[in-house]
Design a protein around this ligand. Sequence first.
Ligand SMILES: Cc1ncc(COP(=O)(O)O)c(C=O)c1O
Length: 417
Amino acid sequence: MATVVDDLLPLAAPAPRAADGLWFGKDLSTPEPLPQAAIEQAVALMRSGRLHRYGEQGKGYPEPSLLEQEYARYVGSKYCVAVSSCGAAMFLALKALGVKPGDKVLTSTFTLAPVPGAIAHAAAQAVLVETTAKFVTDLADLERKAATSGARVFLLSHMRGHITDLQAVREICDRHGVAIVEDCAHTMGAQWDGQHTGTWGKVGCYSAQTYKHINSGEGGLLVTDDDDVAAQAILMSGSYMMYDQHILKPAPEVFERWKYITPNFSMRMSNLAAALLRPQIAMLADRGTRWNHIYAQLARELSLCVHIHIPQRHPKEAFVASSIQFTLDLHAAQIERFLRECALRGLYIKWFGSVAPVAFTSNYGHWHYLGETPALPQSDGVLSQLLDLRTPLSLTDDDCRLIGRIVLAACDIAASA
Ligand SMILES: Cc1ncc(COP(=O)(O)O)c(C=O)c1O
């Protein structure tokens, strides 16, 4: 069934253009090329044929073990386990924390499909927590649901890089005996109050999917300081009995507790993915600076539009923007018109209030497998006006100015429609 926004996607047919001649036309989903060192190491590995991380006669440490060591040092965690995706990391985190079929798991309403997907994978039941107009967790709703839902885990999504006050989240969760799992798919390199996201709770989960801060196509990293969580994650990720080939690993007696009662879910990272990622860790700081420059340019341009609101970021939030979100203070039909006018000018903006999922973007109303969800009036209001623009590192200052002009023109037309 065609939806009202289907034709906003940049598909094969040339798009009709607007009469005012404004045209952007860059593909915002174009990633950066991989660094030369990554390409060379990947080619060497392919020549060797050794793409699986474990071998029966382990010689030296495989690429994922080295990556784990380097990433744990980067964020300041005791352990890191390299896995096949962030979705896999979140699933393993829930399992390692003892989430059983039918258990309740608190999670963010403003997030993307892999987050409720990880909860469903563990056969648990998502309990959605409201999102504020600053695109972060509503702490009062978290407190209420932590007290009443019976959930023992909060899978907190730092969606699109917006970080909830982690000190406050921790205090609430501690008060109610709830463990925190952070979904840091959009916050690699970001910190709250000088401490990396992913290290505030029991487990942090990161993504290395192409549109994230580091790119191996698919890949995930799980960090924790907890011996039992680390041992289970290593075993469940599919290390067979070769967990000794990890550099960062709990003591043998911890594995003894788990090795006969923990299933292998085969969610390892390959040597190839780790080889592609290792040189990218050192690039995170520079990428963050470039992304935040683009964010600042765009925020300035977009704020010229009276209908657009961009939340003020908290001073403790050292975010890394790989996209920009804003509220467009218009009603649904006008927002559809706005998106259409942008698309006519070669600019494709996503909308979390869309009636149907479009490309990567969906909202909780589209995840029917969640079953009945309680009323979420605040999140509904926020999502219904929430727009999202991917910001690849290739965007120049001129691009940002052009995007600003297109948005202003489209907004003028939409607001008077
Ligand atoms: C908010 C969020 N969390 C988690 C994930 C999962 O990442 P992965 O694709 O590595 O499973 C994604 C992926 O896009 C995401 O957007």
